[in-house]
Design a protein around this ligand. Structure first.
Ligand code: AMP
Length: 466
């Protein structure tokens, strides 16, 4: 779970990247970094924490140049290692480059092991570093079906070979001295889009909400399996895989992760998330007095539920915005405490009422259990928990931070057992079909709900998720 942002052809590239990263802050709060090229040299600024803590405004003055990439990072449990802050920078005989990655490679362990045996030295625990080594070591020419522009002859064959060796999820940005390259893996697990402003600057971002903040327009998605190059010769794309896979876009981006004001995978998150709520109401009509969201992630589904069921919408829980996402805290003790820090019931809205609570998902069950308890204490007569996605039963190996299978409540308990565990009067989940239909277009990865993984290798979950 990370966010990437890139700028081509703008004198304020670093400042715009800084803004873009702010818009993508929800995709990762652990660290942030910016790499800028002035056409000759690449300079970086990296730091831990939120974007405005990791990088100070005065740091931006040192980042001169017209091209930039940036990254916000979210780590898996236990891994807040400063060595893993991206973008990564590397220099090899073909030149210098910086790289920013969103996704997770499933064969990173095997590749890393092979590379280490050959003498490669790694400085991070991140799967992204495998890319750098593969690029540096590549000797293969470009695949025969590819007709390379002369600007791309030296570097891109290396990138193509690296792409053919890795397996898994990668939405990647590469910054070279005079080039910005955007890459999406052949399954298209993670989103990545291209934008442009009225002065002719190009932008690439994980989500379109980052274009709004820099006054750019969404042009199109980077396609699964596409390598898009932007430089002084213009903009061009390559498809290094002769046979592209059926897309496997991450449906959890629509359920929870992406911002509702974003367009990802060519659709608006707002509408799809709301539709999940409407479908939930059709699948589970209830007799109740009000519908309340678990803010912020349950907001749109709760609105959809209320709209469809005609049961009044209330804000029954207030969210304190000055505490981070509870899930982000690596330790269970802190997580428990921060649910209370984060949400507080509004007695006036719920007292004596039969309440429908809508949230997007139950992972470990910590949030739901506390919410049900809080609402009862605040006087709710009945508490019905409705979830706008199916039970999460399997970990994600493609870049969403989910705990191990054992920690996933729904992999250990039936729905009725979960209901008892969280203490709700009833508990219902949106069906898999309902969720997929709400997502409109086809070609989704639903592995966290089904355990069916589109691509697997040796799973190395200790590798940091990028
Ligand atoms: P839990 O308390 O472990 O059941 O987590 C459920 C809450 O965390 C829900 O309110 C979700 O909105 C949110 N959530 C679900 N998946 C994730 C994730 N991968 N990272 C952070 N938060 C999540």
């Amino acid at each position: 779970m990370c966010g990437v942002f890139g700028v081509y052809n703008n004198k304020s590239a670093a400042e715009l990247t800084y803004l873009g990263l702010h818009a993508l802050q929800h995709r990762g709060q652990e660290s942030a970094g910016i790499a800028v090229s002035d056409g000759y040299d690449i300079n970086l600024k990296l730091g831990q924490g939120l974007v405005n803590v990791a990088i100070k405004e005065e740091d931006l003055k040192e980042l001169k140049g017209d091209l930039a990439i940036g990254h916000v990072r979210y780590s898996t449990a236990g891994g807040s290692n400063p060595k893993n802050i991206q973008p990564f920078f590397a220099h090899f005989y073909g030149g210098s480059f910086a790289i920013a990655h969103n996704g997770n490679l499933v064969n990173a362990l095997r590749l890393r092991h092979e590379l280490e045996i050959e003498g490669a030295i790694f400085r991070s625990t991140s799967d992204t570093e495998v890319f750098i080594h593969l690029i540096a070591r590549s000797k293969q020419p470009a695949p025969p079906h590819i007709n390379l522009h002369k600007n791309d002859e030296d570097f891109l064959p290396h990138v193509f070979e690296a792409m053919r060796k890795v397996k898994g999820a990668y939405s990647l940005l590469i910054l070279r001295e005079k080039q910005l390259i955007a890459i999406r893996d052949p399954y298209g697990f993670r989103p990545l889009a291209l934008g442009k402003n009225r002065f002719g600057s190009y932008f690439v971002a994980s989500e379109s909400c980052a274009f709004d903040i820099v006054d750019a327009e969404y042009l199109r998605d980077i396609n699964p399996g596409e390598v898009l190059v932007i430089d002084d010769a213009g903009i061009r794309s390559y498809y290094p895989f002769e046979h592209t896979e059926n897309p496997k876009k991450c449906i959890f981006e629509f359920v929870y992760f992406a911002r509702p004001d974003s367009k990802i995978f060519r659709d608006w998150v707002y509408e799809i998330r709301k539709e999940m709520g409407r479908r939930l109401a059709r699948e589970y009509p209830m007799d109740a007095d009000c519908v309340i969201p678990v803010l912020d992630s349950g907001l749109l589904a709760a609105m959809g539920y209320s709209e469809e069921s005609k049961i009044p919408f209330e804000i029954g829980l207030i969210r304190n915005h000055y505490v981070g996402r509870t899930f982000i805290q690596p330790l269970q003790e802190i997580r428990d405490l921060s649910v209370r820090l984060k949400l507080n019931p509004v007695r006036e809205a719920i007292e004596g009422k039969r309440v429908i609570v809508v949230d997007d998902s139950i992972v470990r069950g910590t949030t739901s259990k506390k919410i049900v308890n809080m609402l009862r204490k605040a006087g709710a007569k009945e508490v019905h928990m409705l979830i706008s996605s199916p039970p999460v039963i399997s970990p994600c190996y493609y870049g969403i931070d989910t705990p191990t299978k054992e920690e996933l409540l729904a992999s250990q308990m039936t729905v009725e057992e979960i209901r008892k565990f969280i203490g709700a009067d009833s508990l219902h989940y949106l069906s898999l079909e309902g969720m997929v239909e709400a997502a409109k277009s086809k070609g989704y990865c639903t592995a966290c709900f089904t355990g069916i993984y589109p691509v697997l290798d040796e799973i190395f979950t200790e590798v940091e998720i990028s």
